[in-house]
Design a protein around this ligand. Sequence first.
Ligand SMILES: [Zn+2]
Length: 631
Amino acid sequence: MAIFIPEEKISEIKNAADIVDVVSESVILKKAGKNYIGLCPFHSEKTPSFTVSPDKQIFHCFGCSTGGNIFSFLMKQEGLSFPAAARHLAKRYGVDIPARPLSPAQKKKISERESVLDINRRAGGFYHQALLNSAAGQKARSYLSKRGISQKTIVDFKLGYAHDGWDHLLRFFSDKRISPMLLEKSGLILPRKNKSGHYDRFRNRVIFPIFDVNMQVIGFGGRVLDDALPKYLNSPETAIYNKSRSLYGIHRAKDKCRATGTVFIVEGYLDLIALHQHGVENSVATLGTALTADHVKLLTRYARRMILVYDSDEAGIRSAQRCIETFWKEHVDFRREDVFSEDKADTHILVLPTGHDPDSYIFEHGPEAFMAAASESPGIITFLMDCAVRKHGLTTEGKIRVISELQAPLAVINDQIAQAIYIQQLAERLGIAESAVLERIRAVATRQSRAPVFAGQKGAAAGEFPKRETATSNSGLAGPPGVNAGIRFERQIIAMMLQFPEILPEINRLSVLKYFENSDLESVGNMVLKFNPTTGDQVSELISRIENEAQQTIVASLAMEDESWNKKGCLRLLAKFVDTRQKHRSGSLLEEQIKAAEKSDDHALLLTLLNKKQKMAERSEKQKMAILSEK
Ligand SMILES: [Zn+2]
C-alpha cells in the first residue's frame, strides 16, 4: 500500500535512525579514526574503501564512488524506492507514519502501476500452471525438454505456456472481474481492429516472465515452439516495463554478481537460462536491445567486471563499438567520469567459436570450458584491435587499414591515461612509432571533441591547492584519474564549500559557480548555497533534498573528508579559478581574432588585438590582487 510520507516524519526518521547501525546489517564495519570502514557492498574489493561517517550520517566508497545517506544506502542495497526505504526505517525505529490521502493524480498513477503489477503476477501464475499441468501444455513441455531445460529451471524461472487461441487469458481475467481496459494497459491483450473487443497478445508460445530486482513481474517474453515468425515477442512498454532499463534474469543473478564481482551479459532468454542451469548464475540478458547506459548503471550496483558474450566477431564488434559510445562518448557528464571510469576499462567481449551461441556452447562444452574462455576474454579495445589485425593483416596496407579502423574508437576515449595505454599497445602491435598513431588519433579527437578541455588549469588544480600539504592516495577529492583538470578544480571548490561553510559568502560574492562547466557540480554548488549548511551533520539532510543520484554521490564523496582549510588559501584558489576562467572565456575569442589577423596579414588589426591582449592580462592581474587584498 503506497502512502505519502510527510516531511516532518522523514526528519523524525532521520533523527532516530543511525547509518552505522543500518549498514552494519550487511557490511562488517571497523572503526577507523572518526569513521568506520568496510568492504564495499556495491563493488567487489579486497581492501576496504567503503567509508561510513557517523557524524555526518553519510557513506562513500572511494573505490566505486557510490555514496549517499541512510536512505540512499537502503535504496541501493535493497533495491527499494525512497518511500519504501523510509517505511522500512520507520518500522525499525518505531516511527509511526499516519496514512494521508493522496491527490487524485498520485492515486491514479500508483493504482495503475499496482494494477499492472498485480495483473502480471496473476497472468504469470496462469501461464506457469498451463505449462506445468495442462494437456495443451504438453507440446511446450516437450519443446523445453528437447532444449535440455530441466524441471527445476522451469520452476525457478516460472516459465509458462500461452494457449493456442484468441481469448484464454482474456477469459481467465473476466472471471476475476478485471476489466479489459485495465488489462490492455498491461500489454497482455490488444484491441481488435474493428474495435469489437480484445484478443490475447501471446498465443501458443513458451512464456518467459521478466522480473525486476524486487521479484515483481514487469513484463513477458514469448517464444514460438516451431520456426514460425516472429520467433520472439515481448511485452510492449508499459507503466512498469521499459526494455532499455530491464535485464532478464537480474532477480536471480544479483547475489552471485555481487559475490563474484562479475556479470555475463547475453542476448537471449534461452542463452541466459542455459547459463543459469549450468551454474553460471551471474548472468543477465538484454531484451531485444543493445546494452544501454541505464543497464550499465543498474549492473554497476552488483558487479564491476562485465563480460558481453556473442556468437560472432561481427556481433561482438558492433557491440564493442556501441559500448565505447555508451561509456565514453554519449554520457559526457560527471556521473560517467566518476563512477564508470574503472568499469569501462573492465568490460570484456567474449566471442564463442563459430556456430555456437551461449546456449549451445554450454550444453556441449560445459561450464568449465565457458569460464576458461571467459577468463581469457579481451577488453573491448583489445578485442577491436585483435579483430582489425585479423581482418587486415600486418602488411603495410593492412597496418594503415587497422589504424584507420581504430582511430575513431580510440579518439572517443577521453580518459587520457587509458587512451595513452591503448595507443602504446596498438603501436607495439603494428611495430610503428607511437607518435605516428598518436597524431592520427589526435586529429580525429579534435574533430570529435565537443567540449574542449579547459586550458591552463593543471598547475592550479594539482600543485597549488591551498589546503593539503601531502596528497592522500585514496582521496575522493581529486576524483579518479582521467577526470580532467577543470572538473577536478570544480570538485575542489565544492569540497571546500561542504567542509568549510565559512567560505560560502565569498563564493556568492565572486559568483564562482557561474564559471562552472560541469552542470552537476554547478547545481550541487547552488544547492549548497541555498541550503547553507553550517555543521557537518546537515550533509545527510542536504543529500535528502537532492533528487539526482549522481549529485547525491558528489556530495557524499566530497563531504566525507575533513581537511583543515585556511581562509586565505581558499580565497587565493577562488581568485585563481575565477581569473583563469574569465581569461579563458574572453581569451579564446581574442586568440581566434589574432590568428585570423595573422593569416590575412592585417598588421594594423593585429597590433590592436595584441594590445588588447596585453591590457587584458594586466587587468586580470589587478583583479586578482584586489580579491586578495579584500581579505
Ligand atoms: Zn564501492
